[in-house]
Design a protein around this ligand. Structure first.
Ligand SMILES: Nc1ncnc2c1ncn2[C@@H]1O[C@H](COP(=O)(O)OP(=O)(O)OP(=O)(O)O)[C@@H](O)[C@H]1O
Ligand SMILES: [Mg+2]
Length: 598
């Protein structure tokens, strides 16, 4: 999916090294995400330049302070110099505050835009995509990668805007004060830089490994916390404890190693600075004693030299940050560039179904690289009638249902509504003509009202209550302390299984679509709940063209036509009585259900 070869960090280079493909990424992220904020950046840039000039002024001012006030004794200059120093510091402080604030604002705006783009993209992705991707990895695109991109963009812009310019100004001051000394210093810096860069290559390897372990930590955590019920019921607490402890240990080892490596840079650069300062003192002292220079000039030079350390260091670090950001940008675009396979045809039309007939014609389908789940299924759902799909677990019932709203597209054959291929309709209109009650009930962590209104956000209170009543949900909702405003917790944990089902049925009622797709839950409910759900479903089916994956006896018996699926094939079809009379697969299946419910 990603192409790691596109980014080749140069181990000893201080400045970012870009391959042609990373330039493509840089231009693209610049165009799509940075350019909209060019106004903010321009303002920030002005403040960066002001701040850089003030830093230069600080160094330059050391000369008159020492030569004219301290050693020259010009009393008249004391106050003006003091005021000037104060002014320089104040202006620098304000400018730094200004550009930091502006850049942070811009960074967060960019993160927000990227996250919005990613989400918009993901929410329209095919279901097949979500089966292939781990949600943890997708979430880390949102959190970790956007943070890396922000850091990369910020450091690059600030790096070139502020650090680079500050460096130029300070080097200017150095050369102005002492040309020969400046030449010496200019040679020492890169040597130190190369040494630090060598270390940082090692550091990068370690931190990459730490990142992988951190991902592992997230995975183990979410499994142990979200799936805590299962952890408990299987008594796996100690196992999970050990597992997480192992990951935490590995993270410690890696982090400690990275501290040690990065710590090594410290004494190294200290020593180099020491050597440089000694050289300056020896050479500079000689110059002053022989009268060729002044203490003020030398001190101004040293100040500029020391002030240059910080921007230099930041620029040296830029390469790493940019490479990491580029890797994140690449991951982001590889995601954004995946086009959903299920899309509207260019000449797609709106589906307006009143009393639709559904045709399934010789449909085959296999999940990505899996064996065929459907192998030439044909069936018809007459207008306003109910078709029941029955068959053993894994025979392809849910799969067939999933093809109708085009969660997946058929591999061959076709599905029609009123004789027209469903791929001719716009996805939105196709799906808006369907209400889907799935096998796994989806309840969102929101109020009951919002949950019922999920398929029709502008529904009125009366409509919501009517739907809840029809679904036999109103009564239990009213018994809750906050009624329709009750929050139901993640996945609706605060509701019983039957209550969850009735909420999802209420949702389908409210949607009031001409086609009803029902995947009955396999989990058994107690008698009372079962009856309530059953009655609600029967009311929901009235006058709708219904395909129901049936697990309950009553649903099956009441269906207008029953299709028996086996390993992706229709092996029997007909009405209940006829099928019983045939004494085939259906009769056996029915017998089993009868025994189970007895
Ligand atoms: N998302 C998926 N990715 C890959 N294979 C899948 C996926 N969903 C289902 N399958 C496979 O397709 C086949 C049919 O599954 P399907 O869910 O349609 O069965 P079903 O008849 O609904 O069973 P049940 O009665 O247990 O719900 C099974 O072999 C299953 O393993
Ligand atoms: Mg199923």
């Amino acid at each position: 999916m990603s192409h790691p070869a596109a980014i080749k960090p140069d181990p000893v280079s201080l400045m970012p090294v870009f391959t042609p493909s990373s330039w493509v990424l840089i231009k693209r992220i610049g165009r799509e995400f940075v350019r909209p904020h060019v106004g903010i950046f321009s303002l920030a840039l002005v403040m960066m330049l002001v701040s850089a000039l003030m830093t230069g002024a600080m160094a330059k001012m050391m000369e008159p302070v020492i030569d004219r006030v301290f050693t020259g004794g010009e009393r008249a200059l004391l106050v003006p110099v003091a005021i000037a120093v104060f002014a320089v510091f104040t202006v620098r402080g304000l400018a730094t505050y200004g550009h930091t604030l502006l850049m942070s604002k811009m960074g967060q705006l960019i993160v927000g835009n990227i996250q919005r783009r990613l989400f918009t993209h993901l929410v329209y992705c095919d279901l097949a995509f979500f089966h292939a991707e781990q949600s943890g990895r997708l979430i880390s695109r949102f959190v970790t990668d956007t943070a890396l991109i922000r850091q990369g963009v910020m450091e690059t812009l600030t790096g070139f805007g502020k650090n680079f310019f500050t460096l130029i100004v300070l080097i200017g001051v150095m050369f102005y004060q002492d040309f020969k000394l400046s030449l010496i210093a200019i040679f020492v810096f890169p040597v130190a830089g190369i040494m630090v860069a060598r270390l940082s290559k090692k550091l990068r390897r370690v931190s990459k490994a730490a990142q992988i372990e951190n991902g592992e930590l997230t995975a183990v955590l979410s499994q142990a916390l979200q799936g805590n019920k299962h952890v408990k019921s299987y008594g796996m607490e100690a196992y999970e404890e050990k597992r997480i402890s192992g990951v935490i240990d590995r993270i410690f080892q890696l982090m400690y190693k990275s501290f040690k490596v990065s710590g090594r840079a410290m004494p190294l650069s200290e020593m180099l600075s020491g050597i440089t300062i000694v050289a300056i003192i020896v050479y500079g002292g000689h110059q002053i004693i022989s009268g060729e220079s002044t203490a003020g000039k030398l001190f101004s030079f040293i100040t500029a030299f020391m002030l240059a350390y910080e921007p230099m260091k930041r620029l040296a670090r830029l390469n790493n940050i940019v490479q990491m950001a580029l890797a994140a940008v690449e991951r982001m675009y590889s995601l954004l560039d995946q086009k959903p396979a299920i899309q509207n045809k260019s000449d797609a039309v709106e589906l307006v179904a009143v009393n639709p007939v559904i045709g399934i014609e010789n449909v085959t389908f296999a999940y990505h690289e899996g064996p065929a789940a459907l192998r030439g299924v044909s069936l018809e759902v007459p207008a306003g009638k109910t078709v029941a799909l029955v068959g053993a677990s894994g025979s392809g019932k849910s799969t067939l249902l999933n093809l109708l709203p085009r969660f997946y597209d058929v591999d061959s054959g076709r599905i029609t509504i009123d004789g027209r291929d469903i791929r001719d309709f716009t996805l939105t209109s196709l799906r808006s003509n369907m209400a889907f009650v799935s096998q796994e009930v989806a309840i969102f962590n929101d109020s009951l009202r919002e949950n019922i209104a999920y398929g029709k956000p502008n529904a009125s209170e009366e409509e919501i209550i009517a739907a809840a009543k029809a679904a036999a949900a109103h009564d239990f909702i009213m018994e809750l302390p906050q009624g329709y405003d009750t929050f139901v917790g993640e996945n609706g944990v605060k509701l019983s299984g039957g209550q969850r089902q009735r909420i999802s049925i209420a949702r389908a009622f409210l949607r009031d679509a001409p086609i009803l797709l029902l995947d009955e839950a396999t989990s058994a409910l107690d008698g009372q709940s079962e009856r309530l759900v059953q009655q609600a479903i029967e009311r929901l089916q009235a006058d709708k063209t219904t395909v129901v994956v049936a697990h309950r006896l009553s649903t099956i018996i009441n269906a207008d036509i029953i299709y028996v699926l086996d390993a992706g094939l229709v092996i029997e079809q007909g009405r209940h009585d006829d099928l019983i009379a045939r004494n085939g697969a259906y009769a056996r299946l029915y017998g089993e259900l009868l025994r189970e419910s007895a």
